[in-house]
Ligand binder design. Structure first.
Ligand code: ATP
Length: 596
């Protein structure tokens, strides 16, 4: 191969790289599935529908605005031809007054139009954000195991904002451009059809340029949104685990992780910017060619006396008004394509289905007596070859405290997930008072349980509010009674604002034992018939454990309790001890406990 050929190939490779965008597949957040634009409109349209009458009104304004502009140009033509060229000032004043009136009316219409658009856009965002958040609230824990919190937040904030430009302003701008093109094209044809036809010769060129750049912009936007999710995911995960990061000296490693995602976002951002920046001059070039062709023919027609000066100027003005929306429409295509990258990320969330939903015709669960039964229950997690529960049978009588033991991975927590119906068994049935829990409506089923988990989950609200989470709207007296029984009163009164002191993010302003006592008070106030305790003392040291054992005992008293624990002292309060291994019950023995 000759040197000349090689360098020409290298140059064309470089040019192709400059004019196109490449997507990557690495990074902490995976790309969302591709969705066609038409399907996106169909999916997001319901969020627009409640404001449909207002949208239609705004479309009237959208059409009125270019009509006002067209009228001004028409009057301007008459000013030139009837007042300026013949030198007749008397003809000027009525035309000038009409021009002022039309400009004023145009201003009012344009103000009303943009105010209505902003109002609709904000309401659309409010509805969409609320809808996506509500959908998230119904998803199973498995969704949150697969998606990082930071990335989900980035979809709820950044991506939602971008979709408005796809759906709402997309529709109004399309109609506005279509109206402008129709109005000015008609006027241009009426004025001089040969010139107008020439102006349209460049239309396919516009389309070709828009098609190339919109594709590239979509690719760059997909990469940019995915990497933005990655940046948020790394930041959220690091911030949530700060003590761990610092204790293990991983600050630099986390900083490089963030930097790597940020760098990838930067290059995607630059690529997107490069495409948009190349697009504008490319379109302007096409526009210039069209404009010059028309002007050339126009000047020739003027010299032949077939066109007046005012006519030519009005024609050029119409042409400028015509190219504006054509250029806008092609730019809109790029906005829509870049927003579609965000839409795909949101649709991935909206298309995720909870592992479990209330079955049609499900009944509201009545207050349970507390008889819990697992009848030959089997369950495997998605993608796992080994069953987490294997034909497990276990009957718990009302008020009975059953301690569940077993090695790591024996299936203890899975038992509680099936009881709460985060997952359904693949075989067998879980029963409450003898009724298969699948026949109950989900929320009413879950209201039968109170849970205390190993990892205490507290909101960054006051101590009182965290307890109230068990029964929103409970009285202050009930909160205090629960706090007393859970020994929260031992420390809460010493906090700066007592019960109204904020506990900090994830309850970090409290000690481990204090956090767990707030969680016990939250479970206590719920007065649920069935209690699920999943290693409630596992994260506590011996002396702290002693402080929560008594509150836990009060909590278990008289309630059916599934108590997963390795703590000998806590186990002493059980009526039965059941041991699991490989997802099956391998021993079940009655011991002396509360019931005795
Ligand atoms: N979300 C999940 N996805 C896939 N597999 C899972 C999931 N949760 C648990 N498993 C698997 O299911 C099996 C049972 O897990 P489970 O959490 O019920 O055990 P466990 O007895 O509670 O263990 P530990 O005492 O360590 O908490 C294990 O093999 C575990 O790896």
């Amino acid at each position: 191969m000759s040197d000349q050929l090689r360098s020409r190939r290298a140059l064309s490779r470089r040019l192709r790289r400059f004019l196109t965008v490449s997507e990557t597949t690495d990074g902490v957040v995976a790309a969302a599935p591709v969705v066609p634009i038409r399907a996106m409109f169909r999916r997001f349209w319901p969020y627009v529908r409640p404001d449909l009458p207002v949208l239609l009104l705004s479309l009237v304004f959208v059409v009125l605005t270019p009509l006002a502009a067209a009228a001004s140009i028409w009057i301007f033509k008459h000013i030139i031809d009837s007042a300026i060229v013949p030198g007749r000032p008397s003809a000027l004043w009525p035309l000038a007054a009409a021009l002022v009136a039309i400009t004023l009316a145009g201003g009012v219409v344009s103000y009303a139009s943009s105010s209505i658009s902003a109002w609709m856009a904000e309401r659309f965002l409010l509805r969409l954000r609320g809808g996506v958040f509500d959908h998230l609230l119904g998803l199973s824990p498995s969704f949150f195991e697969r998606h990082r919190a930071g990335d989900v937040v980035s979809r709820l904030t950044g991506d939602i904002g971008a979709i408005e430009s796809l759906v709402l302003s997309g529709v109004t701008r399309t109609i506005s451009y279509a109206a402008r093109i129709a109005i000015f094209a008609t006027l241009a044809f009426m004025l001089r059809w040969e010139l107008a036809l020439l102006a349209f010769v460049v239309a396919p060129l516009f389309w070709l340029v828009a098609r190339h750049f919109s594709r590239q912009i979509k690719k760059a936007s997909r990469e940019k949104r995915r990497r933005s999710g990655g940046v948020s995911a790394v930041a959220e995960e690091t911030l949530a685990h700060m003590p761990l990061v610092q204790a293990y000296g991983q600050e630099r490693a986390e900083s490089s992780r963030l930097h790597a995602e940020g760098l990838a976002r930067l290059s995607a951002g630059l690529a997107s910017n490069r495409m948009s920046s190349l697009y504008t001059p490319a379109v302007e070039l096409v526009e210039m060619v069209g404009g010059l062709l028309v002007l050339g023919l126009g000047v020739w027609e003027l010299s032949q006396g077939r066109l007046t000066v005012g006519g030519l100027l009005a024609f050029v003005a119409y042409l400028t008004q015509l190219y504006g929306p054509i250029r806008g429409a092609s730019r809109l295509a790029t906005t829509v394509y870049s927003a579609s990258a965000s839409a795909e990320r949101l649709l991935e969330v909206l298309d995720s289905r909870p592992a479990v939903v209330s079955s049609p015709g499900a009944l509201a669960a009545p207050r349970s007596r507390g008889a819990v039964g697992f009848d030959s229950v089997s369950f495997s997690y998605e993608g796992s070859s080994r069953p987490a529960l294997d034909r497990l049978s276990l009957q718990i009588a009302p008020g009975e405290v059953v301690a569940v033991m077993g090695q790591n991975g024996a299936g203890k927590s899975t038992l509680t997930k099936l009881l709460m119906r985060w997952n359904d068994p693949s075989a067998g049935a879980v029963r409450l008072d003898g009724v298969d829990i699948r026949s109950y409506e989900l929320a009413s089923l879950r209201s039968q349980f109170a849970v205390v988990l190993q990892e205490t989950m507290l909101f960054d609200r006051s101590v009182a509010d965290n307890i109230l989470y068990g029964v929103p709207g409970a009285s202050r007296g009930a909160v205090l009674a629960a706090a007393q029984a859970a020994a929260v009163t031992d420390f809460a009164f010493d906090l700066p604002s007592g019960f109204d002191s904020s506990v900090g993010q994830r309850g970090r302003r409290l000690s481990g034992g204090q956090r767990q006592r707030v969680a016990i008070a939250r479970a206590l106030i719920r007065q649920a018939p069935v209690l699920i305790l999943d290693e409630p003392t596992a994260s506590l040291d011996a002396s702290t454990t002693r402080k929560v054992v008594e509150p836990l005992r009060r909590l278990m008293n008289g309630r059916t309790t599934l108590l997963i624990t390795h703590d000998r002292e806590l186990m002493g309060y059980a009526d039965r001890v059941v041991t699991l291994d490989g997802g099956r019950v391998v021993s079940d023995s009655r011991v002396r406990g509360l019931a005795s």
